[in-house]
Design a protein around this ligand. Structure first.
Ligand code: NAP
Ligand code: ZN
Ligand code: ZN
Length: 353
């Protein structure tokens, strides 16, 4: 075991505070990553506050959150072939899976039917709790490590590892591209990457935001249209117009209203994870053979494909870098939708205590 330093929530809803813990010894296939940046995902807030208890096993505390991890390889195990010391690498929402089930064989490790080992708030295959990226180092099997773009700033790429892949995967699965009308609901961390990626894929992109406050940003990020969902006229004007709507909103809302915006055979893909169930009327679906679907991050192969796509198209995240001492303030600002558009922790600040 080796000592690691980070920030943790000691109990549910507690403020994050400095915390020391043990990382496992480096095994033959392990890569040790010195973490330089870690993004703040809304899921970190849901989990440190234990908001998903209706749907998941109880959260594990103390919890070191963070699954948008970017850094540099500082050591490798004796059998590692994919990475060497000095490489710019990342780790996302999971760090292992069974590797044998049908889903793992298809590169869908996030849907492993045996066990996806989540980067934090999970248990490894030996049953020990996992600790995430609000920390100085992490030890990850080379098969679950990603190669980061060399031509883009590492801090702005960290959130690709969750926000980026969570939008890229459904955009690809539901074939967003030229001739397709795509709406992104919620212009936060996930949403702003949805706009950039859908635009880079060639789709016609509309942002559906609560107000028009972020309109100029939306257009700059690549949106063709921007509408406010607080204006009832929006739902009349856009009825039956989209092929694909991706809903990134973390709060409960009326999904039937959004279904009415789909054309025949259109799909509403849910990626935001509200705390409570949301009712859907059968008529919202039957009227135009519409579908509701969900999507969860992406597998390792697809995450690497997304990183390479971003490298090629010069796509990175719009970020505000904060020292770790400001993490609790950053959480409050995310909750107020006051983030443009992802907070990223500069891990060098950890040394300051
Ligand atoms: P975020 O940065 O807080 O963005 C959410 C956006 O939703 C806000 O910026 C806001 O956009 C809108 N919004 C917030 N409250 C709202 C309300 N009451 N009504 C309508 N719109 C509201 O969060 P995020 O990090 O992008 O994460 C979004 C959600 O996705 C979270 O629930 C997170 O846990 C989940 N998530 C899921 C996956 C997955 O694999 N499925 C992966 C990562 C995260 P506007 O100001 O533009 O309205
Ligand atoms: Zn996330
Ligand atoms: Zn599996």
């Amino acid at each position: 075991m080796s000592k690691s330093k980070g920030y943790a929530a000691l109990t549910a809803k507690a403020q994050l505070a400095p915390y020391s813990f043990e990382r496992r010894e480096t095994r033959e296939h392990d890569v040790v990553i010195d973490i330089e940046y870690c993004g703040i995902c809304h899921s970190d807030i849901h989990q440190t506050r234990d908001e998903w208890s209706d749907y998941q096993e109880e959260s594990i505390f103390p919890m070191v959150p963070g699954h948008e991890i970017a850094g540099v390889v500082s050591a490798v195990g004796s059998k590692v072939t994919k990475y060497k010391v000095g490489d710019k690498v990342g780790a996302g929402c999971f760090v292992d899976s069974c590797r044998n089930c049908a889903e793992c064989q298809r590169g869908l490790e996030q849907y492993c039917s045996v066990q996806t080992v989540w980067t934090y708030n999970g248990r490894d295959k030996e049953g020990a709790p996992t600790y995430g990226g609000y920390a100085d180092r992490i030890v990850v099997d080379e098969n679950y490590v990603l190669r980061m773009p060399n031509n883009l700033p590492l801090d702005a790429c960290a959130p690709l590892l969750c926000a980026g892949i969570t939008l890229y995967s459904p955009l690809r699965h539901w074939k967003a591209g030229p001739g397709k009308k795509v709406a992104i609901v919620g212009l936060g961390g996930l949403g702003h990457m949805g706009v950039k990626l859908a635009h880079a894929l060639g789709a016609e992109v509309t942002v559906l935001s609560q107000s028009l406050k972020k309109q100029a940003d939306g257009k700059r990020l690549g949106a063709d249209h921007f509408d406010a969902t607080s204006d009832p006229e929006t739902f009349t004007k856009l009825a039956g117009s989209f092929d694909l709507i991706i809903n990134t909103v973390s709060a409960k809302m009326d999904w039937n209203q959004y279904l009415s915006l789909l054309r025949v055979d259109g799909t509403l893909v849910v990626v935001g994870l509200p705390e409570k169930d949301v009712p859907i009327s059968a008529f919202s679906l039957t009227a135009r053979r519409r579908s509701v679907a969900g999507s969860q991050i992406g597998g390792i192969r697809e995450t690497q494909e997304m990183l390479d796509f971003c490298s090629k198209h010069g796509v990175a995240c719009d970020i505000e870098v904060v020292p770790i001492q400001k993490v609790n303030d950053a959480y409050e600002r995310v909750l107020k939708s006051d983030v443009r558009y992802r907070f990223v922790i500069d891990m060098a600040s950890l040394a300051k205590g």
